[in-house]
Write a protein that binds this ligand. Sequence first.
Ligand SMILES: Nc1ncnc2c1ncn2[C@@H]1O[C@H](COP(=O)(O)OP(=O)(O)OP(=O)(O)O)[C@@H](O)[C@H]1O
Ligand SMILES: [Mg+2]
Length: 425
Amino acid sequence: MKHLFFGCFKPKKKSSKQCNDQVSKQHSSKRISLSDLSGPDSPISFNDLSNSLVGSNLHVFTLAELKKITSKFSSSNYLGEGGFGTVYKGFIDDQLSPGLEAQAVAVKNLDLEGTQGHKEWLAEIIFLGQLKHPHLVKLIGCCCEGKHRLLVYEYMARGNLDKLLFRNYCATLPWSTRLQIAIGAAKGLAFLHEDQKPIIYRDFKASNILLDSDYTVKLSDFGLAKDGPQGDKTHITTRVMGTQGYAAPEYIMTGHLTTMSDVYSFGVVLLELLTGRRSVDKTRPHREQDLVKWARPQLKDSHKLDRIMDPRLEGQYSAEGAKKAALVAYQCLSRHSKCRPTMKTVVEALEPLQYLNDIPIGPFVYVVPSEVGKENNKEVEKKGCDQNQKGHTKKGHRHRQKLRVERSRAVYSDTALYKISKDMV
Ligand SMILES: Nc1ncnc2c1ncn2[C@@H]1O[C@H](COP(=O)(O)OP(=O)(O)OP(=O)(O)O)[C@@H](O)[C@H]1O
Ligand SMILES: [Mg+2]
């Protein structure tokens, strides 16, 4: 395994001086753009691409190494499949390469018959090879052998938000976790938008939001990402790509892409978190199939909001927090892109909602034992007690007693709180 980069692409012809400029640009935190490199099928230019991404710390794996760490892409390691190809779990031991620590990874293998290809693979490397942020998934390395294109990421233990929100039939995500997810994802997008050269993510949706063991959110999939407009330009024009139900209406109509298109998609995910419904759900009655159309008019009225909140929350959320989050979603989903807030404003609006404590204490809170967050346990218990002390009525007394019984039995994790129904305990 090599460290750093090979080139499967030929950068646009540059003099050696320009090449040096490129490297120093990278050092002065200026990113190399996709457009700085030429198109597919160009001969390999190891040095140029290595120079372009110097410092990115990406590892170049051989196909044989990736087969080894995934047990030959064994079905028992299968994590899922998307437009790029199939994803497998793997484990890198400390023998594989001196510079690489032992860790679990996710290996994405390009489907050679699929709709995506070399361009998306390259985009992922160019963006994630250079961007580092707590809310972006870490790209560890890649592989380019013959037609094979693979990407190796840090492993995200809880998979994606789509699965947790819509396909988790025995437990529901509590309000505090939903808020934590919304804030983390908003911070990831804000980071991309606030870059010196803003980046438009273009494929913001629940399945691209990954969660690690303590529910820290990381955005994945930069295959469709684009550098935003530069200078006087207000937008870039692209072929309309993305996912139905998440793409902004003006982008679908005109192909004009701005950071505000991502803000719209964020509004859709926020709405999914509030309602527990998918952005498009053909199994629902006709007028409820399009989530935005159905829910947006109800977001500004707190009485109507109660009716559209996820019933699986069973009312266990901060009414004030839900009202404010709904207002943020309403603004993000404005049909006029200029009326939408920036992601920075969204983060500022959502962050304080974590500290609201008007969450009713429910009939049963079972705390799933978790390996993670043990150090936080005392903190959590303390927070819980503080909350209990604040003005909860007799009605909640019985429930609190039960809660305390459960607490005395379990190992607690702040982020692994799950409500489950009586008959499941
Ligand atoms: N780093 C990772 N750690 C753990 N699981 C992952 C990781 N990356 C992807 N996965 C899982 O692999 C599966 C496929 O992901 P992928 O991103 O290829 O497809 P998708 O997001 O479902 O669809 P799309 O192609 O539209 O993005 C998903 O279930 C995802 O949760
Ligand atoms: Mg994805």
